[in-house]
Design a binder for this molecule. Structure first.
Ligand SMILES: Cc1ncc(COP(=O)(O)O)c(C=O)c1O
Ligand SMILES: N[C@@H](CCOP(=O)(O)O)C(=O)O
Length: 472
């Protein structure tokens, strides 16, 4: 499989090249030249595979520059019951008839990011070892990508992590999870700004091609196609668990911010997975919900990006949304560049044409929004009604899923984090007597010594920090 950029550069690249490269040189995101199509016989053959072997089958359609035996060994090393808690890896949890959660948050950092990041760590180690190279990862996090990446990369030969996070905006648990790491190859840079400022810096550094090459900068955000590819697998795994035959359809509701997770669902659907709807659930930062309702994509500045109780979704520039729009525009790279590279930079807004907007139902997308009050009410109702404790992001998903579900089509809500990460809001919803369980090894997390640097939201300052810490 070859990959092209969403902004018109037709140079075809192979998987391992883009794995280490992240953003395309023209500022676009990589996508495969075509989505492999899964026929009924293949879908039937995949039903019943272990998660690791399903991951191998899906990955091998997109990766032809890693020998099959090595790739299978990588997926088997990654997706184990020891790391993810169960043999199913992503078991479904029934909530009520026709509605269930897909448990994606049983990895080491208690959020769905582990699903892809554990694989990415192993892929990086494999490819860098093969090439005898090193990689300096520059990432941006609103709370969960950062810890998942750091836990996956700590101790990995040839990898350093520079992780930008919005200073003071993550939950105490999320901050402690990252900042308590003392590993030499992990650098936590707390940026005075919002997540979008952090992501803008990552993109600016990636677009400085001379710096990127000299300092061997790579990325672990969903900018990186490998992240999305790994996330495609759990849509198939969820579908197989929720259905008995491939004639059935399901819908997914996806708590969304940077649009990586639901974009993986879009890829699965384009491959032929029988998905009826992909429901994008946002919090008060509803840039995506607004787009699917109106056709206008209006990014917002820091002063309009609200600090909410689902903080990992406090995102007003969904970087990965460009991949979906490229497909919506019939893969017209010049038009995608005009919207994302030009209109968005100049005016902070674009509107797709009525004809383009009319295509959205064909892609299965729907959207809804949830607020703090909805979140509290949903956490309470799900605890009282089903005895299931959900986190604030998953609550946004459940709230919207309950509004948009249809009779006869199972609705799977992706559980994107565990409640232990957001104890403050759980206590606000349920009172101090209900405690979100956390692994014993993390009992004293918040009281551990912390190691991080506070930095201005300034690309040049971050670049200087990288220069000071990466020997040339
Ligand atoms: C817990 C949680 N839920 C939902 C999201 C939103 O996912 P995405 O950015 O892929 O849309 C994130 C962050 O990405 C997250 O950390
Ligand atoms: N919510 C994310 C934001 C980054 O998203 P990504 O999927 O692009 O890595 C976080 O928790 O950091």
């Amino acid at each position: 499989m070859k990959y092209i950029s969403t902004r018109g550069d037709q140079t075809e690249r192979r998987f391992c090249e883009i794995l280490l490269e992240g953003l395309a040189p023209d500022g676009g995101l990589y996508l495969p030249v075509a989505y492999p199509q899964i026929d009924a016989a293949t879908l039937a053959a995949w039903r019943g595979l272990s998660y690791a072997d399903l991951a191998f089958e899906i990955l091998s359609l997109y990766i032809d520059d890693i020998p099959a035996d090595d790739l299978r060994a990588l997926t088997r090393k990654t997706y184990t019951a020891e790391v993810f808690g169960t043999e199913a890896i992503v078991p479904l949890k029934p909530l009520e008839p026709g509605l269930c959660l897909e448990s994606l948050s049983n990895g080491p950092t208690l959020a769905f990011k582990d699903m892809a990041m554990q694989l990415l760590g192993n892929l990086f180690e494999y490819e860098l070892g093969r090439r005898g190279e090193q990689l300096n990862i520059l990432g941006a996090t609103s709370g969960d990508t950062g810890s998942a990446a750091e836990y996956a990369m700590r101790g990995k030969a040839g990898v350093r992590v520079f992780m930008l996070s919005p200073y003071g905006r993550m939950s105490p648990f999320q901050q402690a999870q990252m900042f308590s790491l003392q590993d030499e190859n992990i650098h936590n840079l707390a940026v005075e700004g919002v997540f979008d400022d952090c992501q803008d810096i990552v993109k600016a550094v990636s677009n400085d091609l001379e710096f990127k090459r000299a300092y061997r900068i790579g990325t672990v955000n969903s900018i990186n196609w490998a992240r999305l590819l790994a996330q495609v697998v759990y849509y198939f795994a969820g579908y197989f668990q929720a259905t008995k035959s491939n004639d059935e359809q399901v819908s997914f509701t996806v708590p969304s911010g940077n649009f990586g997770n639901v974009c993986a669902g879009h890829v699965a659907r384009r491959m032929g997975l029988p998905v009826k709807h992909l429901v994008v659930a946002t919090n008060e930062n509803n840039v995506l919900e607004e787009f699917f309702r109106t056709g206008t994509y209006r990014v917002r500045g820091s002063s309009e990006t609200w600090e909410t109780s689902s903080p990992s979704m406090d995102i007003s520039k969904a970087s990965n949304f460009e991949r979906f729009v490229f497909d919506l525009l019939g893969r017209d790279g010049a038009r995608t560049k005009a919207l994302f590279g030009d209109a968005l930079n100049r005016e902070g807004v674009f509107t797709v044409s009525p004809e383009e907007f009319a295509r959205i139902p064909g892609y299965g997308f729907q959207s809804g929004r949830s607020t703090h009050a909805d979140r509290l009410a949903t956490i309470r109702a799900t605890w009282a009604g089903q005895g299931v404790l959900i986190d604030t992001h998953t609550a946004d998903g459940v709230k919207v899923a309950r509004e948009l579900r249809e009779d006869g089509v199972p609705m799977i809500v992706l559980e994107t984090a565990l409640p232990a990460k957001f104890e403050g809001t759980i206590a606000e919803a349920l009172g101090a007597d209900v405690h979100a369980p956390r692994p014993a090894a993390l009992a004293d997390l918040e009281s551990r010594p912390k190691r991080f640097q506070v930095m201005p939201a300034d690309t040049a300052v971050i670049q200087q920090y990288v220069r000071d810490h990466v020997p040339l």
